[in-house]
Design a binder for this molecule. Structure first.
Ligand SMILES: O=P(O)(O)OC[C@H]1O[C@H](OP(=O)(O)OP(=O)(O)O)[C@H](O)[C@@H]1O
Ligand SMILES: NC(=O)CC[C@H](N)C(=O)O
Ligand SMILES: [Mg+2]
Length: 489
């Protein structure tokens, strides 16, 4: 789940892109990059690491220009190498840089098509480089450099690309281009500010990046919609795909997004509190006479939900695990051994919150079970009498193929297993999962802001459809074992 941002200002925008990326860092920790457009030059600086590691004063000074895009990466395709850091660049037509959040599921077929028909070579394993070349080819076919040409290119791209994608690009001589896939799986929000009487625009994965850079959130980019902001700050928008069911990714609300973001008009913080309420109500339904002494969140992402669980149950909420703030998110680390080691480095219990107590640990989700298995053991070692575990999301039983790197069902702890089996593996005394209907209601909220979701990792329903052999092929390419082999070779 990468973070993307694009800004058109009237002065240099690199410093603001940098600031925006620092608050999107939770979406991708492996690589970061910024590209800016100034006169006849596109400048790109990118590399592996956190935003703060990739840029220094010298690189920032080179990134001149009033139009720019930024990216922080969590790979879902190709390798973790620096040559697949984004933004990507192509020199023709005009010069384009592009950054992508999401994952294409027809990359292989597109790559062949792009080579054979469009006569363009893709030099990495990245789906985003394929996407850029499709856009470049379709823009080239328009024989013009205008918002209308960009919209036509986006329309054609939607016909060719299948998957989840939110995209920002800068086209030399035109400005900023942004678009969202026809189902709106991946998020993208549009903001505006007025500086000295002149309008400036930004698009970003999450509204928190707009808050930090002083842009007011105007609205979410609509599914399939194209946005162009010209170099002089004029905004053009157009629907570039026939209307489809809007199915934003529900996992954004469960785990990925920051709680202080608004996404498709829903507050992530409020959605998580409602998840906690519903989970608490389910626990009360199942065991009205429960013996829980304390609710303990598993930091960071479960805190909003855990607090509400405690409120509903009427028991104490206590911080029982202290998080080492210098260790990043474990779930988005690239390999299983790194993820497993990081949980212990990241979380340490406060024994007095566990000793002789019946504790209910609450996490936002249980995916591979890496975190929960270790946490349950830590709670026991710290002296808990009984350890219960509740997940604010249902069992994750199916791969995610639209931008979250969990492509192999066999790596998911709940795959082909009953809740009782998972409870035994995690070693807890009681395991409670949220029901999917409750999760969906929690996110769509009292205003029913969202009617449908991409909930594929919970129910195995893929809104784009999938080729018959897709999951088998992706397993060979992207299982933890395949990634390990690739790193060795
Ligand atoms: O079952 P697993 O495979 O362990 O994945 C699920 C866990 O990973 C995430 O935490 P992470 O440490 O990535 O981030 P956080 O600090 O935002 O909670 C998520 O919040 C769960 O705790
Ligand atoms: N998580 C993402 O959005 C990844 C974007 C792109 N598929 C990549 O691997 O770089
Ligand atoms: Mg967590």
């Amino acid at each position: 789940m990468c973070g993307i941002i694009g800004i058109v200002g009237h002065n240099d925008v690199a410093a603001q892109l940098y600031d925006g990326l620092t608050v999107l860092q939770h979406r991708g920790q492996d690589a970061a990059g910024i590209a800016t457009s100034e006169g006849t030059r596109l400048r790109v600086h990118k590399g592996n690491g956190l935003v703060r590691d990739v840029f220094d004063q010298a690189s920032m000074q080179l990134l001149r220009g009033n139009i720019g895009i930024g990216h922080c990466r969590y790979p879902t395709a190709g390798s973790e190498g620096s040559d697949e850091a984004q933004p990507f660049y192509v020199n023709s037509p005009f010069g384009i840089v592009l950054a992508h959040n999401g994952n294409l599921i027809n990359t292989e077929a597109l790559r062949n098509e792009v080579f054979a028909q469009d006569r363009r070579n893709i030099n990495t394993e990245s789906d985003s480089e394929v996407l850029l070349n499709v856009f470049a080819h379709e823009l080239d076919r328009q024989k013009a450099l205008s918002p209308a040409a960009a919209f036509k290119a986006i329309e054609n791209l939607h016909q060719r690309c299948v998957g989840g994608y939110a995209v920002v690009a800068a086209v030399l001589g035109m400005g900023l281009v942004a678009f969202r896939d026809p189902h709106g799986i991946r998020p993208l929000v549009l903001g505006k500010r007025t500086v000295n009487g002149r309008d400036e625009y930004a698009v970003a994965s999450e509204s928190v990046a707009l808050d930090l850079t002083g842009f007011e959130r105007l609205r979410d980019v609509r599914p399939g919609e194209g946005i162009v902001v010209t170099a002089d700050g004029q905004l053009f928008t157009q629907a570039c795909a026939e209307e489809q069911v809007h199915t934003p990714c529900i996992f954004e609300y469960v785990y990925f997004a920051r709680p202080d973001s608004m996404m498709d008009d829903v507050s992530v913080h409020k959605a998580r509190m409602r998840m906690g309420q519903k989970l608490g109500e389910k626990i009360l339904r199942l065991r009205p006479d429960h013996d829980i002494d304390t609710v303990i969140p598993i930091p960071d992402s479960s805190r909003d939900a855990a607090l509400e669980v405690a409120n509903v149950l009427g028991v104490k909420y206590r911080e029982g695990f202290i998080k080492n703030r210098y260790v990043g998110r474990t779930f988005i680390m690239p390999g299983q051994s790194e993820r497993a080691k990081s949980v212990r480095r990241k979380l340490n219990p406060i024994p007095l919150e566990f000793r002789n107590r019946v504790v209910l640990l609450v996490d936002d989700s249980i995916v591979r079970g890496t975190t929960s298995q270790q946490i349950v053991q830590m709670a026991r070692d710290a002296g808990a009498r009984k350890v219960y575990l509740a997940s604010a999301a249902p069992p994750v039983r199916y791969p995610n193929i639209y931008g979250i790197d969990m492509p192999t069902a066999e790596e998911l702890v709940a795959y082909n297993r009953s809740e009782e089996d998972v409870q035994a593996i995690l070693g807890c005394d009681w395991l409670i999962y949220q029901d999917l209907s409750d999760l969906q209601e929690a996110v769509s909220g009292p205003k029913h802001s969202i009617d449908h979701f991409d909930s594929s990792c919970f129910n195995g329903e893929y809104v784009t459809g999938t080729a018959d052999d897709y999951f088998e092929r992706i397993k060979h390419l992207r299982s933890d074992e395949a990634k390990k082999q690739r790193r060795v070779s």
